[in-house]
Design a protein around this ligand. Sequence first.
Ligand code: NAD
Length: 499
Amino acid sequence: MSDLFVDIVTPNGHKYQQPTGLFINNEFVKGSKGKPSHHWTQQKEIASVHAASAEDVDRAVRAARAAFKAPTWKKLSATDRGRLLVRLSELIEERKELFASIDAWDNGKTYELAMEDDLPDSIGTFRYFGGWADKSFGQTIETSPEKFAYTLRQPYGVIGQIIPWNFPLAMAAWKLGPALACGNTVVIKAAEQTPLSILVLATLIKEAGFPPGVVNIINGYGQEAGTALTQHPLVDKLAFTGSTTTGAQIMKAAAPALKEVLLETGGKSPLIVFDDADLDQAVKWSHIGIMANQGQICTATSRIFVQRTIYDKFLALFKERVRTASVVGSQWEPTTFQGPQVTRAQYDQVLHYIGLGKSEGATIETGGEAYPTPDGKGFFVQPTTFSNVKPSMKIYRDEIFGPVGCLLPFDTEEDAIEYANDTLYGLGAAVFTQNLRRGHRVAAEIEAGTVWLNSSQDSDHRVPFGGYKSSGVGRELGPAGLEAYTQIKAVHVNMGNDL
Ligand code: NAD
């Protein structure tokens, strides 16, 4: 058993046992390759976890299929299913400091952000969908005096879920909460960069009382474990959060069997500041919108459009805000706003884009380099802002997924809407104005699944979330989140004897 659990003490003093195996049928097991594969975090090896092979994925899917048919899950009342989810949310809440510590260590996000954002989001999502479990019904439809039909909302069966590394625990909650509330069983693959918190979650899934096989958790690489999951014939539906490129590959894998997909993918979200906006608010949220979580948020408002009449004033205030509020440093310091990027690969990508911006001729207003640390360790990047950006530039078009924003002026409302929509993506958008009519008018015109009026990045488990255009297919969270995990069956009834 020794290599299935590792004793760990986090930098902020939490002692715990880190599971490292694959979680199948409520037990931790070794991967078929027998050895944990390497997993590094923030230049320290915390623990190596077993990466799943195609054979392991098959084991997990078969466990989920058997659990879907077993009376312990199939015959469990919806109310009792909901109770299990609420219990799980309570168990996470009891250990929220531990989970925040693991995600801060594994991902590099600040402990403060993990405590104030990731944990309430995860706990709230499980509790919210626990509440929904016994409140989702079909309809009765009268068709003629002697006939009627009714509909049943039924689970799909086995859902294959794949999540990214930027909000490790919260992304797991967004996927598991609604799928389980609706009575599905799941095989979920964590991101290879951040597998640790979901393995601790596995222990709580068992403790909460979920029957074996209802939730199976595998780690592993996208090309091997991810592909095996998306191509497995016994998986009934796929749900994915990650890059648009991978989303497209998943859609392709689902096509031969016409499997449904739920996809949450990338973004290049606009933020528009009109000249009647409360400027302090606009500056504050513009900063949070692109720099929070090291810029590693799919909805990051990375293209900031400011009305020309206030552009210079806004730019000066924004630079001042970055200087005073973007404190870069250790994720454990309460004063830190920006920790390290998640991996060297991500750090290299962000610096590559900063280099591209310079060579394309944009002007650096803040940052523009790696952030130097005394010991030269950690993947820190200076919070970077470009002006003189042209729509043809890569830094304007591509999702950078780092603390790098572009500032551009605009003249009219029509221009602002046109620029905002000039992207393949459509995940989020923010509008700053004190004119109510204009705010709602512009919100309706923007091609995005979420619009914030006088804010940025608000997210709530009660509110549907998803993308327009290449930012996704389907919706998560809110009542719409249940739609994604049930299919509707129509039953026609004939009560007469002459028809
Ligand atoms: P990624 O697409 O490379 O990886 C995401 C997940 O997919 C990982 O678990 C990975 O192992 C798996 N994967 C990779 N290739 C696969 C394949 N061929 N088949 C099956 N699975 C595969 O994304 P990333 O770079 O790790 O994450 C960052 C991206 O995620 C950004 O583009 C960001 O916008 C997006 N994201 C979107 C949302 C959202 O809700 N829309 C949320 C967070 C992140």
